[in-house]
Ligand binder design. Structure first.
Ligand SMILES: [Zn+2]
Length: 508
């Protein structure tokens, strides 16, 4: 039986159209999902949309439409963006789907019956934009939301509460025993500090909020949108009894932006513990893309729209920039000059030129057919390949996409240097150097074949183009990466097919 790998992005909130932040999480998840498939895993990659709550209702009212119509419109924007970006998700869950609603109600009932949820009163401060309740102590004397800075309002009302306090010690033990449960480590420390500060029971229903999942024990209430949203990770697997759930839970990696880490590293595992389920293996909080040092937000009007970037420079250029430019987990600065510089130097110059220099040499001096290597001397590229593959594995396990790409680029650069040094265009002119020429070209083409394989998770459509140009006819997306005997898979005698430049240079 193949090893299983379950990977999720958050369900994205449909009060806003997709921007670079959503794109970042989803592209990272896609690279990891594709990589794991290539390593032989059976992968389940889930993304989707979060469609209930106060904010959606308000946004719909402003646009003079209904919440579900608003959601439908925004959902199609997400789905078409993921398609343009070649996102290979296995499922797309909408929290308004019946399959999800059913599970949320079942979970609520179960927790209520076992006294993990009880009826009480809720008193606190509520931020509508963030749909978050704040304690007096968290506001530090101010009447504004610590997250978004908007005014909060005092609320006291009947509510159902989840006994979060009951799980405080178990959560701390879990974090202690599983140092890799929350990464990066700095984020984990924040979570531990927060739990140590004391967890209060969590209000999990709302009165007078019609746009939500009806509370199964009290019709006046709807279920708190965060509890609703978090449960998507198991409802998509048809919890509790479907074979999908039994074979894929616990999730291996759950990717989140750092702003929603507390929900995923505290409330989520506590809910799972209450249900008698294992927490996910890893919750990874990545950083934000900022514009001139500020977090992007709709109110500041500084949101980067991925669509024009894809239209002008291609999906792969954007995918590459997002994963290469900044270590995953840290904040990054987005600017067009940085984007152009990165695409030109790495994709147009290094990778594009390697392909553009190699394939025409085969056309001119080998009749367009892949030559046989004459002396079996890989000029060090066989070892370099094995070494790169093992480093790649380590980096991908730590979600270090930037380092993974940097390791791959050492191969790209080594191959470019090899062309300069061995000067195949000169060898081509000398009759007695033909064997040497064939070996050099073979080594270059075989290196390109391996690059196509290992770049496929990151820049899938460009990898496909490289693959085809060097005469590979097998399906790239069903290839399995095996470090042991990877070198030598190129097929001599097949025809190369020169294509247009992989990444045209962008004018700065
Ligand atoms: Zn707020």
């Amino acid at each position: 039986m193949r090893k299983k790998f379950y990977l999720t992005t958050p369900v994205y909130y449909v009060n806003d159209v997709p921007h670079i932040g959503h794109t970042y999480t989803t592209v990272a998840a896609d690279a990891l999902a594709r990589y794991k498939r290539m390593r032989g895993y059976e992968v389940f990659f889930l993304t989707g949309t979060d469609e209930h709550g106060d904010k959606i209702q308000q946004a719909a009212r402003k646009k003079e439409t209904t919440p579900i119509e608003l959601a439908n419109r925004v959902v199609s924007r997400f789905q078409s963006l993921w398609k343009t970006l070649h996102i290979s998700n296995d499922d797309f869950l909408r929290t308004t789907e019946e399959r999800h609603i059913k599970v949320v109600k079942e979970v609520f009932l179960k927790l209520y019956r076992q006294d993990d949820i009880y009826k009480g009163t809720y008193e606190g401060w509520y931020c509508t934009p963030c749909e978050t309740f704040w304690l007096e102590s968290q506001l530090e004397g101010k009447r504004v939301c610590p997250e978004c800075g908007q005014a909060v309002k005092k609320i006291k009302e009947e509510s159902y509460l989840f006994r979060l306090s009951r799980y405080q010690n178990r959560l701390l033990q879990h974090l202690e025993k599983n140092p890799e449960f929350v990464l990066p480590p700095t984020r984990k420390n924040e979570v531990v500090q927060f739990i140590r500060g004391g967890l209060r029971d969590l209000s999990v229903t709302r009165l007078r909020l019609p746009w939500g999942i009806r509370c199964p024990v009290d019709e006046k209430h709807t279920i708190y949108v965060w509890v609703d949203a978090l449960l998507n990770y198991i409802s998509a697997l048809s919890y509790p009894s479907d074979s999908l759930f039994l074979s894929f839970w616990p999730a291996n990696v759950q990717l989140v932006g750092k702003d929603i880490l507390k929900f995923h590293a505290i409330i989520w595992p506590a809910l799972l513990m209450a249900l008698g389920l294992e927490p996910p293996r890893l919750v990874f909080a990545h950083g934000w893309w900022k514009m001139t040092g500020e977090k992007m937000s709709k109110s500041k009007g500084n949101i980067v729209d991925p669509n024009p970037l894809i239209k002008d420079y291609g999906a792969d250029a954007l995918r590459y920039f997002l994963l290469r430019e900044v270590p995953f987990g840290e904040d990054g600065s987005f600017s067009l000059p940085l984007f152009v510089k990165r695409v030109n130097s790495d994709l147009a110059n290094d990778l594009g030129n390697l392909l553009n220099r190699t394939v025409p040499l085969v056309t001119r001096s080998c009749g367009g057919r892949i030559p046989h290597p004459q002396d079996g001397n890989s000029a060090g590229f066989e070892d370099l390949t094995k070494n790169t593959l093992s480093r790649l594995d380590q980096f991908m396990d730590r979600l270090s996409f930037s380092e993974a790409l940097s390791a791959i680029w050492q191969m790209v650069k080594a191959a470019n240097l090899y062309i300069d040094r061995s000067a195949p265009w000169r060898l081509a002119k000398e009759e007695e150097k033909q064997k040497e020429l064939h070996t050099v070209l073979y080594n270059l083409l075989e290196t390109l074949r391996i690059l196509a394989l290992i770049l496929f998770p990151f820049i899938p459509s460009s990898a496909q183009k490289i693959w085809e140009e060097i005469g590979m006819e097998e399906n790239l997306d069903s290839q399995i990466l095996e470090a042991r005997d990877i070198w030598g898979g190129l097929v001599p005698g097949r025809e190369v097919k020169k294509g247009p430049p992989l990444f045209p240079r962008i004018k700065e």
